[in-house]
Design a protein around this ligand. Structure first.
Ligand SMILES: Nc1nc2c(ncn2[C@@H]2O[C@H](COP(=O)(O)OP(=O)(O)OP(=O)(O)O)[C@@H](O)[C@H]2O)c(=O)[nH]1
Ligand SMILES: [Mg+2]
Length: 376
């Protein structure tokens, strides 16, 4: 775990988090599955969730999000539970954040910060790390959140503090300097990657996409025949994969494809992340086929599917040939399998079921010119 890149101050021990959510009782967007997902994110970030406060409201309170009475109640709960951080599910305006912090004297972490924090912990490649840091700083800029410990350790030092500057002004100036430096460094890293790429072969390009934790990396390993230890990283946690992995995979006699694993999607993917990862996501544009992976064992898969589809639309990738694949069917009984959409491609990355059918489906969707002359 890399503490230095974390977005909010943290001690060596796991943080005790009190989760706060406003339930707007929107019939089109139920709170329960999203709140469960938020709590999973909190755990993936390394926190211990010590309590949950859900406030039902018709509208969020413009001043404090939850209302000042509820805020005082939250402050009491936080003391009782010895919480040291507040995880707030709903989007917070800067003013709501400041007001809430006055009543509940704890650092406030919102959903975007949580996701960015997990990304910061999981990024391995230089490009991934630069992209995440840039996203974090842009988020701070647009939400007027102070730079905190982590940033003052970067550069800073003698000569950075001009006469009469307030803490926030210094923070802003440092953030701005760091943002432009990161931008330049990212350009360099990307240029190097372009050079490496141009030397690559011309096998058709297939990209695995889907909600986070559905089994994309497991499928990549299965399709590419990676053995234990040499394959893409697999873990039961959101955003295990941040850095795109590319492998060669066999799909039919004489037909190989370049197979890419990608960062998982999530409902309301923070805009800062979409922007920061745009270059990586734009590579999907070069795909001949997208394989959209679903977690058939998660009852929430229809919501996840819709959310991925809307992100694909946003990225203008909705016109691409796409294969829907239902993974983890080893966890379903016969009745549950029968309830999946008719004709669904059912696979298990775990035991290999349905993988041949998936290979055949990919081979069929690859446009003929892409593998003309490569027949067995
Ligand atoms: N039972 C079962 N579990 C699976 C299957 N495929 C993946 N898993 C498990 O699901 C979890 C997530 O798998 P990953 O391959 O890391 O999922 P991912 O989509 O790459 O996730 P992110 O990179 O975090 O977005 C791991 O615990 C896997 O072992 C499957 O076919 N059956
Ligand atoms: Mg993965």
């Amino acid at each position: 775990m890399n503490q230095d890149r974390r977005l909010y101050p943290t001690g060596p021990a796991a943080q005790r988090a009190l989760v706060v959510a406003v339930d707007l009782q929107d019939p089109r967007r139920a709170l329960a599955p999203e709140l469960a997902e938020f709590i999973a994110l909190a755990k993936a970030a390394g926190a211990t969730v010590v309590g949950e406060v859900v406030q039902k409201l018709a509208h969020v309170d413009p001043a404090t999000l939850v209302g000042s009475g509820k805020a005082r109640e939250i402050a009491e709960r936080a003391t009782e539970l010895r919480a040291d951080v507040l995880f707030v599910y709903n989007d917070l305006r800067p003013r709501q954040r400041t007001n809430l912090e006055k009543i509940v004297p704890l650092p406030i972490v919102d959903r975007t910060m949580l996701i960015l924090d997990i990304f910061a912990q999981h990024a391995r490649s230089r490009e991934g790390q630069l992209q995440v840091e840039l996203a974090q700083l842009r988020y701070r800029q647009s939400n007027l959140i102070g730079a905190g410990e982590a940033l003052s350790r970067l550069g800073g030092g003698v000569g950075t503090r001009g006469p009469g500057e307030t803490k926030l002004e210094v923070d802003r100036r440092k953030i701005q300097q760091r943002v432009s430096l990161l931008g330049h460094q990212l350009d360099d890293v990307r240029k190097q990657r372009e050079t490496r790429r141009s030397g690559r072969g011309r096998d058709p390009f297939v990209a695995l996409v889907g909600y986070t934790n559905v089994g994309k990396s497991s499928l990549l390993n299965r399709l590419a025949g990676s053995g234990q230890g040499e394959g893409a990283f697999v873990a039961d946690q959101p955003f295990a994969t941040l850095d795109p992995t590319l492998r060669r995979a066999y799909v039919a006699p004489g037909v190989n494809v370049r197979l890419a694993d990608t960062v998982g999607f999530i409902t309301a993917l923070p805009q800062e992340l979409v922007n920061a990862f745009r270059a990586t996501l734009e590579e999907l544009d070069a795909a001949d086929v997208l394989v959209h992976v679903h977690d058939a064992a998660n009852p929430d898969w229809p919501r996840q599917k819709a959310s991925v589809e809307s992100i694909l639309r946003e990225l203008k990738l909705d016109e691409k040939p796409l294969i829907d694949v239902f993974n983890k069917v080893d966890r379903l009984d016969a009745g549950e399998r029968a309830a999946l959409p008719a004709g669904a491609l059912e696979v298990s990355a775990k035991n290999g079921d349905g993988i041949d059918a998936l290979r055949a489906a990919i081979a069929e969707r690859i446009t003929p010119p892409a593998h003309a002359g490569r027949g067995a």
